[in-house]
Design a protein. Structure first.
Length: 101
């Protein structure tokens, strides 16, 4: 529902602001990967995760002319934890498909 989506966006917007407040990009990345790893371990719903990732990479209206902001958040979100999760999920889906056919 749109209320749930709005709540998810708000949660990830707060997370994004907290992470942005850290002066070191390496520390931001470390915290993001830890949180993402915990979300994955908790079997977070794919739709929730997709909305959250979209929110994390979305520019704030005040920063429309700041391309470095958008790329820095894409660089933050793009990480080994997310790559590994995507690969593992794809493998699981392919194995399920193969077993069902």
């Amino acid at each position: 529902s749109s209320i749930a989506t709005t709540a998810i966006e708000t949660d990830f917007e707060i997370l994004k602001k907290c992470i942005q407040s850290m002066p070191s990009f390496n520390r931001q990345k470390q915290v993001w990967e830890t949180i993402l790893r915990e979300l994955i371990k908790s079997f977070c719903d794919f739709t929730t995760l997709a909305v959250g990732l979209s929110t994390m990479t979305r520019r704030i209206h005040n920063d429309k002319n700041n391309e470095s902001f958008k790329s820095s958040h894409a660089d933050l979100v793009r990480c080994a934890v997310l790559d590994s999760f995507a690969s593992e999920t794809c493998d699981q889906m392919m194995n399920s498909y193969r077993q069902s056919h």
